[in-house]
Design a protein around this ligand. Sequence first.
Ligand SMILES: Cc1cc2nc3c(=O)[nH]c(=O)nc-3n(C[C@H](O)[C@H](O)[C@H](O)COP(=O)(O)O)c2cc1C
Length: 185
Amino acid sequence: MEFNEVLFSRRSVREYTPQPVDEEAIRHLIEASIYAPNAVNQQPWTFTVVRDQDVLDRISRGAKAHMLANMPASDHSEHFRSLLGDPKFQIFYHAPVLIVISGIRQGPWIVEDCALAAQNLMLAAYAAGLGSCWIGFAQSFLNTAEGKQLLDIPAVSVPVAPIIVGRPKSIAVDVPRKAPDIRWI
Ligand SMILES: Cc1cc2nc3c(=O)[nH]c(=O)nc-3n(C[C@H](O)[C@H](O)[C@H](O)COP(=O)(O)O)c2cc1C
């Protein structure tokens, strides 16, 4: 697929078929991730691939409870509160796989490094005919002791980017962009 098409056409996907994503395809996405720019080429990331739907359900339940208990008041809090309180809402949209990119330790550029790896992964997924979506709802729970235990990662790790991947069930809605605020000096 042509690069500009990947760049401008990728959208977050929130409806998936139950078809699994094979291991080779997952390894290809992770290979694309590790070519991201990263501070001092430390490559300080680890990738956790969760395909067990029971584990995904447990993380979803934990994340919803954690968010509801710790959510600060914001413009979106009422909408989020009713979504997170809905027992039928699974934060991973029943995608067949979740790939969590974590920093292997705290560090000054861990979030930037993992986020850039995540962007590569999402663009590579789109180019491979797959859908993806970053699930921020999972982040704070995955950073708790219980969340890290479910991911089977050491306590010093820092989960940054939970990305669901799967085959899109429908065409993702186009999301308009605001005109960029550009200041020329
Ligand atoms: C840090 C971050 C957290 C996000 N968290 C969620 C989430 O929890 N659930 C969700 O459905 N989408 C989530 N998204 C996806 C955004 O809603 C989406 O990227 C945005 O609306 C722009 O749409 P597009 O990705 O289709 O271009 C997240 C995206 C980012 C970058």
